[in-house]
Design a protein around this ligand. Structure first.
Ligand code: GLA
Length: 401
């Protein structure tokens, strides 16, 4: 972990708790590269872990309390280590509490701790700051009160090496952590999200794509082309708890049921068309999007393998159009940002990324022309939308550690 990041979170810890913390973890945010709302349909999705993080510094404490301080919210949050209740004054702490609750359900034993949470993932931008907070929470508990996750259960406690380090997480353990964190969001926070965000934060690989098959829960990390990945944040807050997300999911599940499938992953586009009259207009639109989007992920992965970045970019544009026209989870601002991006000759592809209903676009840009693209987007978005937007260039990084 870079020294400046360690220093930032330790300074925060020190300010409140008056000394430095013995343990630090960090979990990256993610960008959804292709595959919008495919994950909970048992589908395929491509993501990137990016160099924006939730970092937690922590130490155990003897009074059985958990005390959280955050660089982003002024009020500390304190609660007993066995009692997880929502506090409307600190909704950000729900992601921590939900994760702790799920760990406890898995019989993970832990007691109190003090923790400082430092975040560099823009909130509400669709870059999964919440999943990164869940993942960092689970990993800091492992560092403070070591345990080993096995499929659905617990293994023998791991031993620290001579430097005090725990063994590296295996892919199987990373997957169990992802499931725990997803359950925290489903059960405690109340968003029926899929597993994309949590898997991405845990399975990122430097300069590589995270290809996730949500049916088999397998992950592959093919190389990511060396083009620039640039995020343009519309500034319109994306608020998944608002219910739109759960509504999409219900319509997808309703459509699958009427089509005689458990999940839309098993359905083909001609079946959706043939059954159009049996589906509600919303079910039809959601199914049309999901089924064609999963096919686009297959085609997109092939284009990347073949080194055809321009073709891959076209799939990104098509994905955005499908989210906009069928899923209807885009916003006027996101549509403008995608159209402005398309006007720049170095832009290979652009689309909304993540849940939608606000948030940001992801842009794939020829790497030697990134500066010119950034200048174009900054200038044109101010003219078109009246917003002061600073595009973010993202580096693709390893998963949580
Ligand atoms: C959010 C959810 C993910 C996924 C995306 C849309 O990020 O948390 O599970 O459904 O939206 O693809």
């Amino acid at each position: 972990m870079p020294a400046n990041e360690i220093q930032d979170v330790q300074n925060l810890f020190k300010k409140h708790f008056h000394h430095t913390a013995p343990q630090i973890v960090r979990a990256p945010g993610r960008l959804e590269l292709l595959g919008n709302h495919t994950d909970y349909n048992d589908g395929l999705v491509m993501a990137l872990a990016v160099d924006r993080y939730i970092t937690i510094a922590a130490e155990p404490r003897a009074d059985g309390k958990i005390e959280l301080i955050s660089s982003l919210f002024p009020q500390p949050e304190i609660f007993p280590a066995n009692e997880f209740k929502k506090n409307p004054a600190a909704p950000w702490a729900d992601y921590v509490k939900g994760t702790l609750e799920q760990l406890q359900k898995r019989d993970v034993h832990f007691s109190g701790f003090s923790a400082a949470i430092h975040g560099t993932i823009p909130m509400g931008a669709g870059m999964s700051s919440s999943a990164a907070l869940e993942v960092a929470t689970a990993l800091i508990v492992r560092k403070l009160y070591p345990f080993t996750l096995t499929l659905g259960g617990l293994g023998a406690a791991p031993t620290r090496d001579r430097k005090g380090e725990l063994p590296a997480l295996t892919p199987a353990e990373r997957l169990e952590f992802a499931k725990i964190c997803q359950a925290a969001e489903n059960k405690f926070v109340g968003v029926q999200c899929g597993i994309l965000d949590q898997v991405s934060s845990l399975f990122g690989k430097d300069a590589s794509v995270i290809d996730i098959d949500c049916r088999t829960l397998t992950v592959d990390n093919p190389p990511m082309p060396g083009e620039a990945v640039i995020v343009c944040n519309s500034g319109v807050k994306h608020e998944l708890i608002g219910g739109e997300y759960n509504e999409l999911r219900q319509n997808c599940e309703g459509a699958a049921k009427k089509l005689g499938a458990k999940f839309l992953r098993s359905v083909e586009l001609h079946q959706v068309e043939a059954a159009k009259s049996q589906l509600s207009p919303r079910e039809y639109a959601c199914a049309h999007h999901v089924v064609s989007e999963i096919a686009r992920v297959v085609a997109g992965a092939r284009a990347l393998r073949e080194g055809d970045h321009a073709q891959f970019g076209q799939y990104m544009f098509q994905s955005h159009a499908s989210s906009r026209d069928f899923l209807k989870n885009s916003t006027a601002e996101l549509d403008v940002l995608v159209e402005l991006a398309r006007q720049h000759p170095a832009c290979l592809g652009a689309r909304l990324t993540g849940g939608g209903f606000g948030g940001a676009t992801i842009n794939l840009v020829k790497h030697h022309e990134a500066e010119s693209f950034i200048a174009h987007m900054t200038r044109e978005s101010e003219k078109a939308l009246g917003i002061k937007m600073t595009p973010i260039v993202c580096q693709i990084v390893d998963g949580a550690e």
